[in-house]
Design a protein around this ligand. Structure first.
Ligand SMILES: Cc1cc2nc3c(=O)[nH]c(=O)nc-3n(C[C@H](O)[C@H](O)[C@H](O)COP(=O)(O)OP(=O)(O)OC[C@H]3O[C@@H](n4cnc5c(N)ncnc54)[C@H](O)[C@@H]3O)c2cc1C
Length: 467
């Protein structure tokens, strides 16, 4: 007889494993299947975690090489790349093991293998040794995530033409790296290798980097990255690449068409985005509808058109972010348990973990202008923040946008050290429907970077005090 479950989750990433944990907490019998062999999905294995490990260590390397002397610290610095990669691999290993522990702790069964939906209520899992196990279940949650988007005509070998996965595991520092795509993954990984010594050029199709982020921040961000040594070719597309004598000859042309140019590089990182991954899952066989972009179509509560089949995370609409997948996992599990789980998409932060970091939550000025909504803005630069001065990290600013009438906070955009941590306060403010005055009148410890958030909030009503 097949094993019986209340819910079977396909995919062991932040969407899948958090769904299984929450289902277990709610007293439901859950299984979480992943083909990878280690749990944690893209995020823990080849995404958020290894990239942040390398961003941290490469930042320390650059600081020690270039900045320590200014602070009175003399150091003879050299790079041990295998050890740096070793730290990254150790962190990944510990965290993926941690997910296995959390699944066990919450009585959810972790299953390794390729999952296929045979019919609503029935999932087959094929193990590496060819054994097939059938799981019967009242609910199936599809949390199969995303995969790298490919550039037409360019095949990734993960040696010279790499995706983010290859860029996280290069054996040596390339002399030159061409990054295709000026989104957060390209800028983060480009920063890692630039700090370690590569000449990095970013080729971006649009006329700006980090599409979707506040335009004012994006402009200043690009200026700072340029000052750090990264080169940019905007409004440009890659049309071909050829391998020649160990190098790559990359043909580019203006996005609008025009004269072609050849750029020579050693490594090309393709980071033009990610696509939802639902291959060989059997969704078509059971009649689950996809949207025009290949994502699993669901209602606002994660239910697909087939009763008992749900979808969360990167494989459905919305920002492809680990915490968005996690938020949906909690809400979906609660729905299955008969509760009222929901996700507030206006309060999901996004962070670029470069130096300075860029973080944002809520609406941008561009979005509000397009929607003809009246708003007020308060800003505060880190050059005027005491803590930023003490830690010698004064680049960037905080920008708070609030409703012109009610003062309710619409959006917060921060570029600066620790922006990724500072944005948590802003997400909470938006979640609670706070006004800029609420933030401005909340006590913030001195001296902290968070005081810049308070001062920017004061600025919305024109009473910034420390500038
Ligand atoms: C380089 C990089 C850096 C990133 N950095 C960040 C960051 O800093 N912050 C952030 O929020 N997000 C980041 N992301 C994005 C983040 O990793 C994803 O948004 C997140 O992992 C999505 O979670 P998920 O559970 O939907 O899918 P995934 O994490 O992709 O997990 C899906 C899992 O399903 C498995 N699977 C698929 N099909 C099957 C099947 N048929 N049977 C069995 N298993 C299957 C896959 O093997 C995979 O392990 C980054 C991504 C990359 C690539």
């Amino acid at each position: 007889m097949a094993d019986q479950f209340d819910a079977v989750v396909i995919g062991g990433g932040p969407g899948g494993y958090n769904a299984a944990i929450r289902l277990g907490q709610l007293g439901l019998k859950a299984a979480c299947i992943d083909r990878r062999g280690t749990f944690g999905g893209t995020c823990l294995n080849i995404g958020c975690i290894p990239s942040k490990a390398l961003l941290h260590t490469s930042h320390l390397f650059e600081e020690a090489s270039k900045e320590f002397a200014k602070l009175g610290i003399k150091a003879d610095v050299s790079l041990d790349l295998p050890a740096m990669m070793g730290h990254k691999d150790k962190v990944v290993g510990e965290l993926t093991k941690g997910v296995e522990f959390l699944l066990r702790k919450n009585k959810a069964e972790g299953v390794v293998g390729d999952a296929r939906i045979v019919s609503p209520g029935k999932v087959e899992v094929k193990a590496k040794d060819g054994n097939v196990r059938t799981l019967e279940t009242k609910n199936i949650i599809v949390a199969t995530g995303s995969d790298v988007s490919l550039l037409p005509g360019v095949s990734i070998d993960e040696q010279q033409i790499v995706s983010s996965t290859g860029a996280l595991a290069l054996k040596s520092v390339p002399k030159r790296m061409l990054v295709v795509g000026g989104g957060y993954i390209g800028l983060e990984l480009g920063s890692v290798w630039r700090r370690l010594g590569s000449e990095v050029t970013v080729v971006e199709f649009l006329d700006r980097i980090t599409p979707g982020l506040d335009g004012e921040i994006a402009k200043q961000f690009q200026r700072i990255l340029t000052r750090q040594g990264m080169k940019f070719q905007l409004s440009t597309k890659v049309v071909g690449v050829e391998k020649k004598k160990g190098a790559l000859l990359v043909t580019v042309e203006p996005a609008a068409g025009g004269e072609r140019q050849t750029l020579e590089t050693d490594i090309m990182l393709v980071s033009i985005g990610r696509r939802p991954f639902v291959d060989q899952l059997g969704l078509d066989k059971v009649g689950v509808v996809l949207d025009t972009r290949g994502r699993v179509a669901t209602d606002a509560h994660f239910a697909t058109n087939i009763a008992g089949i749900w979808a969360i995370g990167d494989c459905r609409e919305g920002p492809m972010l680990a915490h968005k997948a996690e938020d949906e996992a909690v809400a979906c599990a609660e729905r299955i348990a008969g509760k009222a789980g929901h996700v507030n998409y206006d309060a999901i932060p996004a962070v670029v973990y470069t130096a300075p970091e860029v973080a944002s939550v809520g609406k941008t000025e561009e979005e509000l202008k397009a929607a003809a909504v009246a708003y007020k803005v308060g800003k505060f630069p880190f050059t005027a923040n005491a803590r930023a001065k003490t830690i010698a990290a004064t680049e960037g600013f905080v920008k708070i946008i609030a409703d012109a009438k009610s003062d309710r906070v619409f959006g917060v955009h921060i570029m600066g050290a620790e922006a990724g941590n500072l944005i948590a306060e802003a997400a909470l403010a938006i979640e609670f429907g706070a006004s800029s005055e609420d933030i401005g009148r909340t006590s913030h410890a001195h001296p902290t970077l968070s005081e810049a958030v308070r001062q920017a909030a004061m600025g919305v009503e024109g009473w910034t005090m420390q500038m």
